[in-house]
Write a protein that binds this ligand. Structure first.
Ligand code: 5GP
Ligand code: MG
Ligand code: MG
Length: 189
């Protein structure tokens, strides 16, 4: 029963409600409005997970900005990091001399974020910072700074509000912990 139309069959418990998430967006948006005032940042959402967070976050930022997207992947088998990062879709904008703000759904090992920060810095960005909705600090393997984040999470696999398991469950409006048996059912297949 890896796939189900019923949320209760796959979610163990809710970690952050829709209201909790909107509060995080408001708080981060206020801080970013202060920090990026007059900087005309390029705000880059990381596909696909961060699209949901990005749209809510930037509408809480009262600053002139441009928006772009990039797609980077490192999660080969669904929930364990392969450690190898691949650039799937590049940003369209020229990042040279720009203040770039990367918007991520979650930073786990840090491999993906390190890869993107290094890439954009090499291209001559003036600054590259990251705003992640969730920060899974326990599993960090790379020495990389998550400049802004909504909340710290423990070492559990979460889905919803953009976060997927095998490219599903992104449209769940809250963030929840996936039932271990959903993952187990897939491993046993
Ligand atoms: P990192 O390179 O930091 O290990 O991995 C970052 C990416 O791993 C995230 O953008 C996300 O796609 C995925 N990821 C890490 N932890 C989780 C999690 O708990 N749930 C989901 N759905 N994805 C995760
Ligand atoms: Mg991602
Ligand atoms: Mg994923």
């Amino acid at each position: 029963m890896a796939k189900s139309d019923n949320i209760n069959d796959i979610i163990d418990h809710v970690l952050y409600s829709q209201e909790d998430i909107q509060e995080m967006c408001k708080r981060l948006g206020k801080q970013l409005t202060e920090d990026y005032a007059g900087k005309d940042p390029l705000v880059v959402g990381v596909l696909k997970g961060a699209v949901f967070f990005m749209t809510d976050l930037v509408r809480q930022m009262d600053v002139k900005m441009q928006n772009d997207f990039m797609d980077v992947s490192s999660y080969g088998d669904g929930f364990e990091s392969s450690g190898k990062v691949r650039l799937d879709i590049d940003v369209q904008a020229d990042v040279k001399d720009r203040d770039v703000l990367l918007v991520e759904d979650i930073v786990d090992t840090g491999h993906t974020l390190k890869f993107m920060k290094d890439l954009l810095t090499e291209r001559g960005a003036k600054s590259v910072k990251c705003c992640a909705l969730l920060n899974k600090t326990e599993r960090r393997e790379d020495d990389v700074v998550v400049d802004y984040y909504g909340a710290k999470v423990a070492n559990e696999f979460v889905v919803g509000y953009g976060l997927d398991y095998l490219n599903e469950y992104r449209n769940i409006p809250f963030i929840g912990v996936l039932k271990p048996e959903v993952i187990q059912a897939n491993l046993n297949r």
